[in-house]
Design a protein around this ligand. Structure first.
Ligand code: HEC
Length: 186
C-alpha cells in the first residue's frame, strides 16, 4: 500500500515538474496563426460550453419586439460589433479573417436548433455580450453598458440574419440630431 502511494506521489510531482518545464521552455507557440491541436480545441470548447450552460440558467429573457430596441441595438451593433461580426452584404473583413478564434458571422442564419430554442439563444447572446470570452477577443461589454442596452443588441441580433443590406442600412443609421456622433451638426 505504501509503495503504491509513494509511486503516485512521485508520478504527481513529475507531472507538475514536466508541466512547469514545458511552460517555461517557450516551446508552446502562442501565435494566433498557429492553430490548436484537435484535443486542445475540444477541451476549450467543452470548457466554454459547460461554463455558459451553467451560467445562463437563471437569465430571464425580456420581450425583444420593441421597434425602439431594434433601432438602438442596430446602431450599437453597427458601431461596436460589425467590424468583427460582419453585416448583410459584407461577408469578410480583415479583422474577421485574421482573428483566432474567428468571430462568427452574425448576419447568417444559425443552424436550426443550434444552442437550443429562440429563448435559449437569446439568453446565450446576452451572456456572451455582457461577459465576453477570455483570450478570444470577444469583449465583455457589460463593463461599460447597461443590461437594457445589451438586450437591445440581443433583439437586433435575432433579426439580423433576416435583413437585406438596405434594411440594415436603414436600421443602423444614426438618428436625426443624435449627439453621440462626433461630426453631428457640423
Ligand atoms: C474584436 C472582435 C470582436 C468584437 C468587436 C465583438 N466580438 Fe463578439 N465575438 C468575437 C469572437 C472572437 C467570438 C467567438 C468567441 C468564441 O470562440 O467563443 C465572439 C462571439 C460572439 C457571440 C457568440 C455567438 C455564438 O455563436 O454563440 C456573440 C453573440 C457576440 N460575439 C456578439 C457581439 C456583439 C453584440 C458585439 C458588439 C457589442 C461584439 N460581439 C463585438 C469577437 C468580437
Amino acid at each position: 500500500m505504501m509503495t503504491v502511494l509513494k509511486t503516485l506521489v512521485v508520478a504527481a510531482v513529475l507531472a507538475v515538474l514536466g508541466a512547469l518545464t514545458f511552460l517555461y521552455s517557450g516551446l508552446y507557440s502562442i501565435g494566433a496563426d498557429n492553430k490548436h491541436f484537435k484535443v486542445t480545441h475540444w477541451a476549450l470548447e467543452t470548457l466554454r460550453e459547460r461554463s455558459i450552460a451553467r451560467e445562463i440558467r437563471d437569465i430571464k429573457v425580456p420581450r425583444l419586439d420593441d421597434p425602439q430596441q431594434l433601432l438602438a441595438g442596430g446602431q450599437d451593433y453597427n458601431d461596436m460589433c460589425s467590424g468583427c461580426h460582419l453585416q448583410p452584404g459584407k461577408t469578410q473583413s480583415d479583422l474577421n479573417s485574421a482573428m483566432y478564434p474567428q468571430p462568427p458571422n452574425l448576419s447568417l442564419q444559425p443552424a436550426k436548433g443550434l444552442y437550443g430554442d429562440a429563448n435559449a439563444r437569446a439568453a446565450r447572446h446576452f451572456w456572451y455580450i455582457k461577459h465576453g470570452i477570455k483570450a478570444s477577443g470577444m469583449p465583455a461589454w457589460g463593463q461599460t453598458h447597461t443590461d437594457e442596452r445589451i438586450w437591445a443588441m440581443v433583439a437586433f441580433i435575432q433579426k439580423l440574419p433576416t435583413l437585406t443590406p438596405e434594411q440594415y442600412q436603414i436600421l443602423t443609421a444614426p438618428e436625426e440630431g443624435a449627439t453621440d456622433e462626433p461630426m453631428a451638426g457640423m
